[in-house]
Design a protein around this ligand. Structure first.
Ligand SMILES: C[S@@+](CC[C@H](N)C(=O)[O-])C[C@H]1O[C@@H](n2cnc3c(N)ncnc32)[C@H](O)[C@@H]1O
Length: 430
């Protein structure tokens, strides 16, 4: 059917644990509709009807009309589920379809579903006895909400604070190199985006004319970015309600039920008309899958990139030294590392013999190096990170802290606001 959409020789289906994890992620998107209806409205209706009858009857009538609100919530869940199921199909196409035998598929799919892609994939999943995990379901839900930040017009308030400083650093680097190499094309600057998430900064950097490789470890993010970058037909194809399922801290129902069109821009069309470089955009953008610190510390990637653009990423490291070493390995001498983010260390301290792969989170590595699955973790301050970066062979050229404040998928109308004051620094490999 489809060809695969990631770089390298990584085959997730060759390892039984990896395969189970991949299928669980697929199933988490497929199950979004059913589980969101169950947890989002069914359970709430039950709790509502358990109130004293005169209370729930009062709340059912205007101006409250809470049962109408639950019906509205059901509609919004269906709308979110359209996106979740599209991700399921993109993920199935990208990761599973190329590996399965079409005769076997034909033998298990009833004739009436022969033209219904969703049903075909779903029947295959049923035959594979796939069952998602709670952890993967939670991630599917937050992945849908993440589209608000990364691919809605309104999310640009958060995006520009994070991505624009990095893009400006790349443009400044190009401008300064141009002085010495007048024939330099923007595509000559090879940029790596580790922890690419939903692919927005990869897209932005490509749209700015540079060559860019995104890297991502999470199947949720890989499938979702694959949908948006490769399989959407138009801007505004989906409508999401990222704040609907959380019922706390709303001033009004209208705030809770806000909807947003995604994507705000059709990546295919935008890149087809992009003029920033001599090389067509589709030849300048790629995605790799796997653990950044394993993949990019390998000899294959030595001195490959002109720049690394890391946004909200380095704090995903249990051992940030490994990340710094990987950046040092894959950057060319004199290459630039632009970094922006807070230090919300994602990995709780782990004991030496803890099995970090217990939830499938740290698998997905290449070869025998367990990468972020290695034992141990450390949580440093910004001063310590910067000292380490210098100690490991970089010169810090610029640093700003607290200059920008930003939320991360936060509802601007909520009574609760979480705000980051991320640091931005630029380092050069000596
Ligand atoms: C907080 S998100 C930020 C995403 C994106 N950089 C942005 O700013 O929108 C961090 C991302 O890094 C990914 N990630 C975490 N550890 C990773 C690793 N070792 N290798 C590659 N990606 C990783 C996560 O899956 C997640 O998508």
């Amino acid at each position: 059917m489809e060809t695969r959409e990631w770089e390298g020789d990584f085959d997730p289906l060759s390892d039984p644990d990896e395969k189970r994890h991949l299928l669980s992620v697929l199933d988490s998107f497929r199950s979004y509709r059913r589980l969101a209806h169950f947890n989002g409205t069914h359970v709430r209706r039950q709790a509502f009807y358990s109130l004293p009858q005169d209370h729930w009857m009062m709340l059912s009538k205007p101006p409250f009309s809470l049962l109408d609100s639950l019906n509205k919530l059901d509609d919004l869940i269906d709308s979110n589920a359209e996106l979740a199921e599209a991700i399921f199909m993109a993920g199935f196409k990208g990761f599973i379809a190329p590996t399965i035998d079409s005769d076997w598929v034909a033998s298990i799919v009833p004739e009436k579903y022969a033209r219904d892609e969703y049903q075909i994939y779903s029947i295959v999943m049923d035959h594979l006895n796939v069952q998602t995990t709670q952890n993967d379901m939670d991630k599917a839900r937050s992945c849908i909400n993440q589209f608000y930040r990364d691919w809605s017009a309104e999310g640009n308030v958060e995006r520009e604070k994070c991505f624009d400083p990095v893009l400006r650093a790349l443009s400044a680097e190009y401008a300064s190199r141009l002085k010495y190499t007048p024939e330099l094309d923007r595509s000559d600057l090879k940029v790596l985006v580790p922890g690419a998430g939903l692919g927005r900064s990869v897209f932005n950097i490509c749209q700015a004319g540079f060559s860019v490789e995104g890297n991502e470890i999470s199947y949720h993010e890989l499938m979702a970015s694959s949908l948006i970058l490769n399989h959407t037909q138009k801007a505004g194809q989906f409508s999401i309600a990222p704040f609907a399922l959380s019922c706390s801290n709303h001033l009004s129902r209208a705030d809770q039920f806000q909807t947003f069109a995604v994507p705000d821009i059709h990546p295919g069309t935008a890149l087809a008309t992009e003029q920033g470089s001599k090389v067509p955009a589709h030849e300048r953008m790629s995605m790799s899958t796997g653990d950044f610190c394993v993949l990019y510390s390998s000899p294959d990637y030595k001195d490959t990139f002109d720049a690394v653009a890391a946004v909200f990423f380095i704090d995903t490291a249990p051992n940030v030294i490994r990340y710094i070493e990987a950046v040092r390995n894959c950057l060319k001498p004199g290459g630039l590392w632009a970094n922006l983010g807070p230090l919300l260390w994602h990995q709780a301290p782990r004991e030496p013999n803890n099995d970090a792969e217990s939830d499938g989170k740290y698998k997905h590595t290449h070869g025998h190096d367990a990468g972020i699955g290695d034992p141990g973790s450390v949580e440093l301050t910004n001063d310590e990170v910067l000292a380490l970066v210098q100690h490991l062979g970089f010169e810090i050229e610029k640093q700003e802290s607290g200059a920008q404040e930003t939320g991360y998928i936060s509802n601007p109308r909520s009574m609760l606001q979480n705000t980051y004051r991320p640091v931005f620094w630029v380092a050069r490999k000596k």
